[in-house]
Design a protein around this ligand. Structure first.
Ligand code: ATP
Ligand code: MG
Length: 428
């Protein structure tokens, strides 16, 4: 036997016992997005490397050191997508989705970043996100944030804090940028290596540093608010007023930044204090310059991306068994004749009761061994069909999750009986 092969470090299997929670999360999120009129877009998992260099930018953690980049067999440089926005924008330009129309899109899928794996930080991770193109007012920023707030209520996640900031426009940031460079340059011995490098290339990014030794210096840095123009100021105030009107609490965090030129005005994050250092579960903002930067016609845009693994970590802390739909029944048959009738019966039940989940035992074996499996399956009931039951035209119904007695039900009335007993009221 050869040596067994392990999954790649930082890339994880989602096993059947975890996948029910994933399905719950994804279906609730999709449901909310569809209810707001967003439509799914699916883009390839790999793109030309140039797309990410031009959209995310050369002086970012992602492009500098996190991308999975390789040459394909034609010598073309490709990259596994590290995030979803670039692909959406590329596809939108390529297919003319932005010409004089508003687009509300959502996406989901694996993303890849070569980071140091730890709790809440992986090399392959899953994101769901949405983007709205073609609207420049704060009303759409508000909608995007309202959608994310609805996720938390639908999922039963509480305790998240909404942090909010505005980055103004690229011009407004220019004056601020100079002030920031002067400030950091005056404290050279307090800067770490990354920050010293970013001082010239991308000083706003220093504010985003995760290095605890930099925290004090960053806390005391000048803020952008003083450099906001009238329009940017009004945009921010209207968004805040909208959040107040919807009863969505927020905290203005002047250190919240995205260090790229195409970002404009609104940025926000939803942060949990229950996930240690990896507390941001959702990050978003306005990126009015990106479509033009990638070769399209200037198109305002705003969106967000959520880290699904981090949300799963939060959901796992909440004990709520109702999310994990168990099997309704496990069908045990003893003897060949019963097995044949059982196979047909199982299909008839699936025809008649679409919401009913039924696992039919396969592979034969004694009653005892089959019953043991029924018990271990987590099903609520065992349906038991032996030679004796078959001869009398009945089937045994044994509750598995409590001590209630086994009942006998006539095969003819089985569908109606199951409908009454098994399916939640109102589901009929
Ligand atoms: P962080 O500051 O945690 O590195 P980021 O700013 O790089 O996050 P974004 O690019 O804004 O993250 O991605 C949006 C969300 O995707 C994050 O808020 C987080 O929930 C999730 N995410 C980002 N990187 C990872 C990762 N390596 N593993 C798991 N989830 C991630
Ligand atoms: Mg990161």
């Amino acid at each position: 036997m050869g040596k067994s092969i392990q999954a790649i470090r930082g890339m994880h299997d989602i096993l059947p016992e975890q996948s029910a929670l994933w399905l719950f999360l994804e279906s609730r999120v999709m449901d909310v997005l569809n209810r707001y009129g967003y439509r799914e877009i699916r883009t390839p998992i790999a793109e030309m490397t140039e797309l990410f260099r031009r959209s995310i930018g050369d002086v970012t953690d992602i492009v500098e050191k996190e991308m999975y980049t390789f040459d394909d067999r034609n010598g073309e440089s490709l990259t596994l997508r590290p995030e979803g926005t670039a692909g959406c924008v590329r596809a939108g330009i390529q297919h003319g989705l932005f010409h004089n129309q508003v687009q509300r899109l959502w996406y989901r899928g694996q993303m890849f970043r070569h980071e140091r794996p730890q709790k809440g930080r992986y090399r392959q991770f899953f994101q769901m996100g949405a983007e709205a193109f073609g609207l420049e007012g704060p009303d759409i920023d508000l909608e995007i944030i309202a959608i994310t707030r609805r996720f938390w209520t639908e999922l039963g996640i509480d305790g998240l804090e909404l942090q909010l900031n505005t980055l103004g426009t690229a011009d407004e940031r220019e004056a601020y940028r100079r002030q920031l460079v002067d400030y950091f340059a005056a404290h050279p011995d307090q800067l770490d290596e990354d920050s010293r490098r970013r001082l010239q290339s991308n000083p706003l990014r220093i504010l985003d540093s995760k290095n605890p030794q930099m925290r004090e210096l960053i806390e005391a840095a000048p803020t952008l608010m003083a450099h906001l123009g009238a329009e940017s100021g009004a945009h921010f105030e209207q968004l805040c007023a909208g959040l107040d009107a919807l009863g969505i609490p927020y905290r203005i965090n002047p250190r919240l930044v995205r260090g790229l030129d195409y970002y404009a005005r609104t940025v926000f994050e939803w942060v949990s204090d229950r996930l240690g250092a990896q507390g941001t579960v959702c990050a978003g903002g306005r990126y009015d310059g990106l479509v033009e930067q990638l070769g399209g016609r200037a198109t305002p845009a705003v969106g967000f991306a959520m880290g699904i693994e981090r949300l799963i970590l939060l959901l796992e802390q909440i004990d709520d068994a109702t999310r994990l739909a168990p099997l309704d029944a496990y069908l045990v048959t003893v003897g060949e004749a019963a097995a044949t009738v059982g196979a047909r019966l199982a299909e008839e039940l699936r025809d008649a009761l679409p919401q009913f989940s039924l696992l039919r035992h396969c592979g034969g074996g004694s009653f005892k061994s089959q019953f043991k499996r029924a018990d271990r399956s987590g099903a609520r009931f065992a349906l038991i069909l032996g030679e004796d039951e078959l001869a009398r035209g009945v089937i045994g119904l044994k509750p598995l999750r409590d001590d209630a007695d086994q009942q006998e039900v006539a095969l003819e009335g089985l569908v109606a009986h199951l409908q009454r007993v098994l399916l939640p009221t109102g589901a009929e």
